[in-house]
Design a protein around this ligand. Structure first.
Ligand code: G1P
Length: 287
């Protein structure tokens, strides 16, 4: 079955970026001139996704406005002859079919995903966390979809993190079965450094079968008192295989101050319009 549906959880509070995220969703923070979520939706679309459910929460209305049409602005841009911008604005609304649902209270990624059950139906689907920009060619989600097609079971992307950082992620116990492909023997949400089975961390990209919902409903609160997707994947291991793909592109965690700054600098450097200016400026700082 072709994978055409994706779920983007974007309901988190963004506490690591306060006060910037007090009145604005972290997923809407600009990286150069596009909000974070735009990059995430683009990755999904480039991976063959047609229908996207964004799980929002309180204070996230700007997300819905962003992907909606804005006739007054379009009219203004048309009148003033700014056709390039007009084209850009229109493209945003045509990226994909986007649907929304609101998580009622922030009870974790697993709880947020439960809101996607009816949207997903009985099809496998992609999950892209809304605060990670992931850049690679082919897109990470596309590689995961291909891996799903091979193994027909849950698949996740992982990357190496430093030992000190393992307690920020879901960490896998890997058994390499092919170059850069692991069978996951165990997966633990945010383990202590000395309890982590490896330094391979799940990085916010998954392709899941709808059976995951049965486990999400069953597991109960885990790390931080929240319902964790990692725990549902762990519970599913006794019934289904889980495979991991070793991602080797770039990932920016926008929920983190340093990740946010890095994304802005590196993605600006790659831009045709301002890349050279930014490079010259950084060189001139002589730091
Ligand atoms: C979530 C997941 C975690 C994963 C991480 C990737 O954690 O629970 O397993 O490794 O995203 O960014 P969060 O960053 O929401 O705390």
């Amino acid at each position: 079955m072709k994978i055409t549906k994706a779920v983007i959880p974007a309901a988190g509070l963004g506490t690591r970026l306060l006060p910037a995220t007090k009145a604005q969703p972290k997923e809407m923070l600009p990286v150069v001139d596009k909000p974070v979520l735009h990059y995430v939706v683009e990755e999904a679309v480039k991976s063959g996704i047609e229908d996207i459910l964004i799980i929002t929460g309180r204070g996230k209305r700007a997300i819905v406005d962003y992907f909606d049409a804005y006739p007054e602005l379009e009219h203004h841009l048309m009148k003033s002859g700014k056709y390039d911008l007009l084209e850009e604005i229109r493209k945003v609304t045509e990226l994909a079919n986007i649907y929304y649902v609101r998580q009622k209270s922030p009870r974790g990624l697993g709880d947020a995903l439960l809101y996607a059950e009816r949207f997903v139906g009985d099809e496998p689907f992609a999950v892209l966390l809304g605060d990670d920009i992931v850049i690679s060619n082919p897109p990470c989600t596309k590689s995961l979809i291909e891996l799903y097609e091979e193994y027909k079971t849950n698949v996740i992307a992982v990357e190496e993190v430093s030992r000190e950082d393992v307690s920020k992620y879901g960490i896998i116990d890997p058994e390499e079965v092919a170059d850069g492909i692991y069978r996951v023997k165990d997966i633990i949400e945010k383990p202590k450094i000395d309890e982590a089975p490896s330094n391979l961390a799940t990085m916010g990209r998954y392709v899941l079968t709808p059976k995951i919902f049965d486990y999400l409903k069953r597991i109960g609160p885990g790390y931080g008192g929240e319902i964790q997707l990692t725990d549902a994947l762990r519970a599913s291991l006794k019934d289904y295989e889980l495979y991991a793909f070793h991602f080797r592109g770039k990932r920016y965690d926008i929920g983190d101050k340093f990740g946010f700054i890095k994304a802005n600098i590196e993605l600006a450097l790659e831009r045709e319009d301002i890349g050279k200016k930014v490079r010259d400026y950084l060189k001139s700082l002589k730091i």
